[in-house]
Design a protein around this ligand. Structure first.
Ligand code: GLN
Length: 229
C-alpha cells in the first residue's frame, strides 16, 4: 500500500510499519497517521521531497533498505550499532526507551531483573526483543506487532511486555488496552532516527529538512499534536 504526501519535488519512498501508535497507525479509512507520518511529510515539504509511504512489516524494513526497494524508513526505529552496520540514520529525532508493562494486579515484577524465568511477549526484530534475549530462563513469545504483544499480556497469557515506553503508555492512556500498567525505570534510553540505505544521496537533505522544521517550530507543533497534554 502506498500513500502520497504533498506534490512536487523528487519522490522519496518511505517504509513504515503502521501498527505503532502514536508514531504510525492506520485511521478508519486505512490512511496512515501519527507523529512519524506528520514529521516525514513536514521534512518532505521543507526539503522539497515528495513523500510516498509504503507499509512493511517491521522486520522487513532494514532488508528493504539494503535491497534498495525503498529510499528511507520512518518507523520509531532506534538508532543502534547493529543497524548502523547495514544502514545509515538521520540525526536523532525523538528520545524514547524501553518500558516493562505488566497486568495491573501484578506486584511481583518491579523491574528488569524480576523478568528472569517469566513469560515475556515482544515484537519481532525490535530492541525490546533484543533485551528479552538477555533474560535467563525467560520464555519469549514473539509477535508481528506491539499491539498484539500487549493484547497477549492483557489476556493473561504472558507476564510482561518489553516495548517502547511512549507506545505502551499511549496504549494504556488511550484506553486501547485495559488492566495494564508500566513498572520500574526505563530499561534503556534510545533515540529514533530516519533510516536510509548506506551512502544514500538523500541523507543530507533529510537532515537539512529535519533541522529546518526543528528551527521553524513545525517539529514542536507536531510534537504537541501527538504528545501534548
Ligand atoms: N524502537 C524499537 C526498535 O527500533 C521498536 C520500533 C517499532 O516497533 N516500530 O526496535
Amino acid at each position: 500500500q502506498t500513500q502520497t504526501g504533498q506534490a512536487g519535488g523528487q519522490s522519496l519512498t518511505v517504509a513504515t510499519e503502521p501498527a505503532f501508535p502514536p508514531f504510525e497507525s492506520q485511521g478508519a479509512g486505512g490512511e496512515l497517521e501519527g507523529f512519524d507520518i506528520d514529521l516525514m511529510n513536514a521534512i518532505g515539504e521543507a526539503a522539497d521531497l515528495n513523500i510516498q509511504f509504503q507499509s512493511l512489516p517491521f522486520d522487513g524494513i532494514v532488508p528493504a533498505l539494503q535491497a534498495g526497494q525503498v529510499d528511507a524508513a520512518i518507523s520509531a526505529m532506534t538508532i543502534t550499532p547493529e543497524r548502523q552496520q547495514t544502514v545509515d540514520f538521520s540525526r536523532p529525532y525523538f528520545k524514547a526507551g524501553l518500558a516493562i508493562a505488566v497486568r495491573e494486579n501484578n506486584t511481583d515484577i518491579q523491574g528488569f531483573d524480576d523478568l528472569k524465568n517469566r513469560r515475556i511477549a515482544v515484537q519481532i526484530g525490535t530492541t525490546g526483543a533484543n533485551q528479552a534475549k538477555n533474560l535467563e530462563g525467560a520464555t519469549i513469545s514473539t509477535f508481528d506487532s506491539a499491539p498484539l504483544a500487549l493484547q497477549e499480556l492483557a489476556n493473561g497469557n504472558v507476564d510482561a511486555v518489553i516495548n517502547d515506553a511512549p507506545v505502551t503508555l499511549y496504549a494504556i492512556e488511550s484506553g486501547n488496552l485495559q488492566g495494564l500498567k508500566v513498572v520500574g525505570q526505563l530499561v534503556t534510553e534510545e533515540y529514533y532516527g530516519i533510516a536510509l540505505p548506506r551512502n544514500s544521496p538523500n541523507l543530507e537533505r533529510v537532515n537539512q529538512g529535519l533541522t529546518e522544521i526543528k528551527n521553524n517550530g513545525t517539529y514542536a507543533e507536531i510534537y504537541q499534536k501527538w504528545f501534548g497534554v
